[in-house]
Design a binder for this molecule. Structure first.
Ligand code: HH2
Length: 261
């Protein structure tokens, strides 16, 4: 899953893809690099980021989705917590709703996902983006994340979302210390054992320099991103949300050839 950000404040690309044309160019590049899915986001969820209004988010993502749709039938996911944005994105040609709040942000999120009939990614987050990195606490992070995802998946099914449309994501970096994130990577088989396909996203995240003990900026984290992607694939992740599609594919192909992914 290749990441296309259409936000003024995403941590990893500094808003370089703010206008639709640049975002579409970036999408074309990710398709050429071999992305299987594109994840289009119009609101940054980075720690401390300010929330976006639904109308502003729609105005960012819809033109990009429409433009990609005109030239490619690649599956498109919309990264949003707002039902109104998901609805507009689906109408423009997206087929998947990637929600970092696991369809819990709005009272009508679950019903909207069921009505849209789309695939959904349910992600775990402790707290909310503005404050989530203040003091993350768990007794057993893997068990708690797995239990949360199981509850949200059952809530989605009860609301009418088809079981086979559900993906789950442990939410690397969302209300977790670097140690929690590492526990989750090691514990991915427990998340995969829930019986839903697992999405995993650690690409360029700020835990990488903390784990590695360096001061790398977002664009200097490819090595750590690939190490985490390979470990996640080995742990049972079915989809990796990444910025660097070509490099990740190459790493996965070599690991698979060795017999390791
Ligand atoms: N991480 C970010 C956004 N959306 N969705 C899923 N399912 N899993 C993730 O790990 C995930 C996500 C991080 O978002 P942001 O801070 O905006 O940066 P970027 O989109 O460049 O990764």
């Amino acid at each position: 899953m290749g990441i296309v950000n259409v936000t003024p404040d995403s941590f990893s690309d500094g808003g370089r893809f703010l206008d639709a044309g640049a975002a579409v160019d970036h999408a074309r590049r990710l398709i050429a690099e071999g992305a299987d899915v594109l994840d289009i986001g119009g609101e940054s969820t980075r720690p401390g980021a300010a929330p976006a209004e639904a109308a502003a988010e729609v105005a960012r993502v819809v033109p990009v989705i429409e433009a990609i749709r005109r030239e490619s039938d690649i599956p498109i996911s919309v990264d949003t917590m707002k039902p109104a944005v998901a609805r507009a994105a689906l109408a423009a040609g997206a087929t998947m709703w990637n929600d970092v709040t696991a369809l819990a942000w709005a009272p009508d999120s679950l019903a909207t996902a069921a009505e849209l009939g789309c695939e959904v990614v349910l992600m775990h987050m402790q707290g909310e983006p503005r404050t989530m990195q203040k003091q993350p606490r768990y007794d057993d992070v893997v068990a708690e994340v797995a239990a949360f995802l199981a509850v949200r998946a059952e809530a989605a099914i009860a609301a009418g979302v088809a079981r086979e449309h559900i993906w789950v994501d442990p939410g690397f970096g969302f209300g977790k210390t670097p140690a929690h994130n590492l526990d989750l990577v090691r514990g991915l088989p427990q998340i995969a054992a829930l019986g839903f396909r697992v999405v995993f996203g650690a690409s360029r995240k700020s835990s990488i320099p903390k784990i590695a003990g360096d001061r790398s900026g977002a664009e200097q984290r490819l090595g750590g991103s690939i190490a985490l992607a390979l470990a996640a694939a080995k742990g049972g992740a079915a989809m990796l949300r990444v910025h660097d599609v070509a490099e990740t594919r190459q790493a996965l192909a070599v690991a698979a050839a060795i017999g390791d992914a």
